[in-house]
Ligand binder design. Structure first.
Ligand code: SPV
Ligand code: MN
Length: 624
């Protein structure tokens, strides 16, 4: 048997040895022997080594250079365009039970299966061994992460999205307190895309702090530090009394008030999360994943575990997303994925151009207008879930605290979903417990950005259900307890950017800025509100003034009334759906049912009393 030094070479061995960590040595030996790569490259924090990874992505053909300096494009396989929910499973130790909706595989059987798939998976390929830090380095939020991957695209993306962590690993002083990710794209086809999609598996070994991913490249399936680490972090947070959340973090800057108020926000995919974090005039800390801990003064503090954005590119245009559009069309290190490329120029859906070429290369390979896939479906010129990957620091609106090891103090939390007919555009929770209830009852209508049918209403508690690895009841209990411990508990708001009337959206996309400013003002006790059973509603006058101030637009009272009327029948239907969803869920916090039953009784009583299905805010104002 060759020694590790013989297996990986003197130079690589020396880099590992400098970490003084026997666990890293042992894992490297185990995985190199298992996956059998032709070559190994240990990458430290040295910019030259990082540049080598970037170069390899071009040389291997996993990325192609575009015309604009620093821009590249990567394609995922035609059937590898989103997270594979069906084949992403928690490895379940014997005797464990998780909630309905969490995919599990028996731990022993799953490990055997995935080790079998990984056996020899890196033959002929180069294995990159990389060290990162989840969260800012030198912080109590920091979690070290070790990534093994044979995909130069994965290794390169992680440079744009995460903080390097080789030096941070030295601070572990030999402990095994880090997450480990083993990924292989498996066999590649002529387009350098994973070939064996039917054998795509992502298995999460929560008790061992490891995730295995094979036969895929799409970032949500392959990048260890993104959604794979979120699952491990949820488990860890759950045992250490902090929160690991699928949340944006942003600084809100009300005009003329000379202050910044930080918010987090949870939204299911493609429901306005990145565009909320990017509202003009505000600053972005993060757009996807937050760790939240209590500080000594009893504040909730959050950090972005990432330092980049893997954002949906669809509908990024100069009108709706001017800052991102500008970043996407000027030179910088940036990876496009699954867009149309013609003559070295990328094109995507909703980019606001009417000169889209009729031919080019896209996620289906060579593309021409009218091309159909094997199932007979017309192939759009770019995928609806096509994305861009870049550093937050590249954005003009990057918040100065992005890398602050202390994080930022969170004063408000937003919960949103794509909801055409039930919730008003914004309301405030009556209490922290009610806020957790709002998060737990997020529903969203499916879009083309996710696999499956479009327009189906799906529940997605805290927008985190896809990543849940502990029973939902215990997760929610933890959440409630966390808020109760805080001295300065954030206010919670529900937002809905997608309310429709007679098939048309009731609000413009930009209106979310007004809702946000109202929420920020509420945090500072600057607005009165109308108390209703579902929460506090904004008063017409305050929104009118905000619309005037922000957009110089007249906000009509009849628009307000239509937008903010309580849709009693719809709300009661939702109550029934939630009852069905949570009825058999063990370990649910009693506070959840208290809020639920109160709302149900109050809404029912209103229905009986008025016989109406739509109650305007003035109805409640008169009763105050
Ligand atoms: C999401 O879908 O929530 C994303 C992108 O942020 S993914 O990496 O696919 O998770
Ligand atoms: Mn996400």
């Amino acid at each position: 048997m060759p020694s590790l030094e013989e297996l990986i070479g003197k130079e690589n061995f020396a880099k590992l040895e400098a970490l003084n960590n026997p666990h890293v040595m042992e894992l490297t030996e185990r995985y190199v022997k298992l996956c059998k790569p032709a070559k190994v490259s240990v990458i430290t924090d040295d910019p030259e080594e990082i540049a080598y990874v970037r170069r390899r992505a071009i040389e291997t053909g996993e990325e192609m250079k575009l015309k604009m300096e620093g821009h590249t494009v990567h394609y995922d396989g035609y059937y590898d365009q989103a997270r594979d929910k069906e084949h992403t499973a928690v490895l379940l130790p014997k005797g464990w039970r998780l909630s309905r909706g969490i995919v599990t595989v028996d731990r022993e059987a799953g490990l055997k299966e995935i080790m079998g798939l990984l056996d020899g998976a890196m033959r002929g390929k180069e294995l990159f061994i990389r060290f990162f830090c989840l969260g800012p380095t030198n912080s109590r939020f920091s979690i070290s992460a070790l990534q093994f991957t044979d995909s130069s695209y994965v290794a390169h993306s992680e440079d744009l999205l995460y903080r390097t962590g080789y030096e941070q690993f030295k601070k572990l002083k030999g402990s095994d307190d880090f997450f480990t990710f083993l990924h292989s794209a498996g066999e590649l086809d002529e387009r350098n895309c994973s070939k064996n999609i039917d054998k795509r598996r992502i298995y999460i070994d929560i008790i061992d702090g490891k995730v295995y991913s094979v036969n895929c490249q799409y970032a949500g399936n392959s990048l260890g530090l993104k959604k794979l680490a979120l699952r491990l972090a949820i488990y860890k947070a759950h045992h250490e009394d902090w929160l690991a959340e699928h949340m944006l973090i942003m600084g809100v800057h009300p005009e003329g008030k000379n202050r910044v108020t930080y918010f987090t926000g949870a939204f299911p995919s493609a429901c306005g999360k990145t565009s909320t974090a990017m509202i003009p005039g505000q600053t972005i800390v993060g757009d996807d994943i937050a760790y939240i801990r209590m500080d000594e003064e009893g504040n909730a503090r959050a950090v972005n575990i990432e330092s980049g954005i893997f954002g949906i590119i669809k509908d990024v245009n100069p009108v709706d997303d001017p800052l991102i559009y500008k970043a996407l069309t000027t030179p910088r290190e940036l990876i496009f994925s699954n867009v149309l490329v013609a003559d070295g120029v990328p094109y995507w859906l909703g980019m606001g151009r009417d000169d889209i070429p009729k031919r080019g290369i896209n996620h289906s390979g060579e593309w021409w207008e009218g091309k159909r896939d094997a199932e007979g479906n017309l192939i759009p010129f770019a995928h609806p879930n096509a994305r861009y990957t870049m550093r937050i620091s590249e954005l003009e609106n990057a918040d100065p605290n992005v890398n602050n090891p202390e994080g930022v103090i969170i004063r408000g939390i937003l919960y949103g979903g794509r909801d055409s007919d039930t919730n008003v555009p914004i309301y405030e929770a009556l209490s922290w417990e009610h806020g957790v209830y709002i998060g737990a009852t997020i529903e969203s209508e499916t879009t083309t950005a996710t696999i499956g049918k479009v327009g189906v209403r799906k529940s997605n508690p805290m927008a985190i259900m896809d990543f849940m690895v502990v029973p939902l009841g215990t997760y929610l209990t933890n959440h409630i307890k966390f808020g109760k411990r805080l001295k300065n508990c954030p206010k919670v708001f529900a937002v809905n950017y997608f309310l429709k009337h007679k098939g048309r959206y009731l609000n413009e996309k930009v209106d979310k800025k007004v809702w946000l400013m109202w929420a920020e003002g509420r945090v500072h006790d600057e607005y009165d509100a109308i108390k209703t059973p579902i929460g506090y509603l904004p008063r017409y006058e305050d929104l009118r003034d905000l619309f005037k101030q922000i957009f110089n637009r007249e906000y009509r009272e009849e628009d307000y009334t239509l937008q903010f009327s309580l849709r009693l029948d719809k709300l009661l239907e939702k109550i029934a759906r939630m009852e069905e969803l949570y009825r058999d869920e063990p370990g649910m916090p009693k506070e959840f049912w208290e809020v639920h039953n109160q709302q149900k009784a109050a809404l029912k009583a209103l229905k009986e009393e008025t016989g109406r299905s739509l109650l305007p805010p003035s109805f409640f104002l008169d009763r105050q």
